[in-house]
Design a protein around this ligand. Structure first.
Ligand code: GLU
Length: 488
């Protein structure tokens, strides 16, 4: 829910904006990767900290960068991370629809407006010619632009050739001939780009499909987005998007570009592409990672506010969020050991109690235990296991003895006597460790033999759990039942 009263003084706002409205707008290039948590989180924290609105928009028109079926993983990830949106798919809002493929008429209108005002023109150049011009522009030392503007005054021959070859024209935006474009990045201040570095770019493809620059500008403006928070790869998009805003007579939002997360297996080219192992949010979810650990880890990655607390709740993050503390570097390195540490910390203490129980139940039912039995066992096991878990994959191993009842035996000659003493102690509510110590008569070796024998008779030989914890996991009645089988 948008909070009515701002929690802090307003951040800088662009002309024409009075309210903080921040969007997260995935394009579905890949299933939601874990590092995206940072982009979402900064946007979400920014909105929450300033009492603004957080919007989820699905940018599903970016056909060149889209992998079919991946976009739904983003709302799923946000929900799992607990980063709920005020406007967007499923929840609606006053500026919808929030899926770009349902907004095509708006982009078409913008294109018509730009054509009518002379800011855009039809380009009849053949793909072959465009490839040559682009190649010439890429040659070292070249002064050519990526497109040379030939169709600003289209030649009749070009129009006729396109008609003969049944090629529809693309539509390009006319970039100013001279001067420079200045945009504001909240971390870097004004960023100025001479227009000589830009060239007339396509806003609508020959197949009628709008391009990325057109759709984000139209949507950011119609949705009254005040701040765009995105990865540093978006920095070079500020200038063309500013040209587009100007051409439409609109005021651009303010931008904040945060560093990229460097992950082993990634290469950086003119685009940012995964080439190796990438961590996905869904993978973390399936591994039993507490979502709070993921949010906490990525929230502090490349964010230094001088506060040494490494474990922070979402509320604390909202309260203390200061966007000026986001690193201005190009990259920050993701540390998987640190994420594992955070996971351990949350499993052991910081995650809500119910979370560990749920994870245990999920694992047990996944291994064929009935839901009812799994929930009962999880309820007993959660307080014991959470102090020992490093990751959720250990759960089945640790609980195997409780689930399977392996009917273990002990080779010790006195095993039956010890079982009897344990039954008596447990039935009377006495402390088992004290009982074992008493039986051992102060002899440490004997104490070891006794506890090992008692564990063996519970079917828990070789477990990492100490005697008291094994009994807690089994429950008093089951432990009594197992020992009674051996008691003389
Ligand atoms: N749909 C855009 C993307 O994912 C949003 C970020 C931006 O403004 O570039 O690339």
């Amino acid at each position: 829910m948008p909070t009515s009263a701002a929690k802090s003084p307003q951040p800088p706002l662009a002309e024409g904006h009075e309210q903080v409205r921040v969007r997260f707008a995935p394009n579905g290039e890949m299933p939601c990767p874990a590092f995206i948590t940072r982009t979402v989180l900064y946007s979400w924290l920014f909105a929450r900290h300033y009492g603004g609105t957080f919007i989820l928009r699905l940018d599903d028109t970016d056909v060149d960068r889209q992998t079919p079926g991946t976009l739904q993983s983003y709302p799923d990830a946000l929900r799992w991370l607990g980063l709920h949106w005020d406007e967007g798919p499923e929840v609606g809002g006053g500026f919808g629809p929030y899926r770009q493929s349902e907004r095509l008429h708006l982009y078409r209108e913008a294109v018509e407006t730009l054509l009518a005002s002379g800011h855009a023109y039809r380009c009849y150049c053949s793909p072959g010619r465009l490839a040559e011009v682009a190649a010439a522009a890429r040659r070292p030392g070249s002064r050519h632009r990526a497109y040379d503007g030939r169709c600003r005054q289209p030649a009749r021959a070009d129009i006729e050739a396109a008609a003969r070859e049944n090629r529809a024209p693309a539509i390009r935006l006319r970039v100013p001939d001279s001067g420079a474009i200045t945009s504001i990045d909240l971390l870097r201040g004004p960023v100025t780009v001479p227009v000589s570095q830009l060239s007339d770019f396509v806003i609508c493809r020959p197949d009628g499909w709008p391009t990325y620059h057109l759709t984000v500008v139209v949507d950011d403006s119609l949705m009254r987005i005040s701040h765009v928070i995105r990865g540093i790869e978006g920095l070079s998009n500020m200038a063309p998007q500013a040209v587009m805003h100007r051409a439409l007579g609109l005021e651009p939002p303010l931008y904040l570009h945060h560093p990229l997360v460097r992950t082993p297996g990634f290469t950086i080219g003119d685009r940012f592409l995964p080439t190796g192992d990438l961590l996905y949010v869904d993978e973390l979810r399936r591994a039993g990672t507490p979502p709070q650990a993921v949010v906490n880890y990525y929230g502090l990655l490349g964010y230094g506010d001088g506060d040494s607390r490494e474990i922070r709740t979402l509320d604390e993050m909202v309260e203390g969020f200061d966007y000026t503390r986001i690193s201005r570097k190009e990259f920050v390195n993701q540390s998987l050991p640190k994420l594992a540490w955070m996971t351990r910390t949350y499993l052991r203490s910081a995650a809500p109690t119910g979370f560990v129980e749920e994870i245990i139940t999920e694992r047990l039912t996944g291994a064929g235990v009935s839901r009812q039995a799994a929930e009962r066992l999880a309820c007993r096991a959660a307080p014991v296991l959470r102090t020992r878990l490093s990751d959720a994959d250990e759960i089945l191993d640790l609980l195997d003895f409780a689930v399977r009842d392996p009917r273990g035996r002990s080779q010790e000659p006195e095993a039956a006597l010890w079982a009897k003493a344990a039954v008596a102690a447990l039935a009377d509510g006495e402390d088992l460790v004290a009982t074992a110590k008493e039986l051992a008569g102060g002899d440490r070796d004997a104490y070891g033999r006794i506890t090992r024998a008692l564990l063996a008779m519970l079917g828990a030989s070789g477990t990492r759990l100490p005697l008291r914890d094994c009994v807690a996991v089994l429950g008093r009645d089951e432990a009594l039942r197992r020992w009674r089988r051996h008691a003389a």
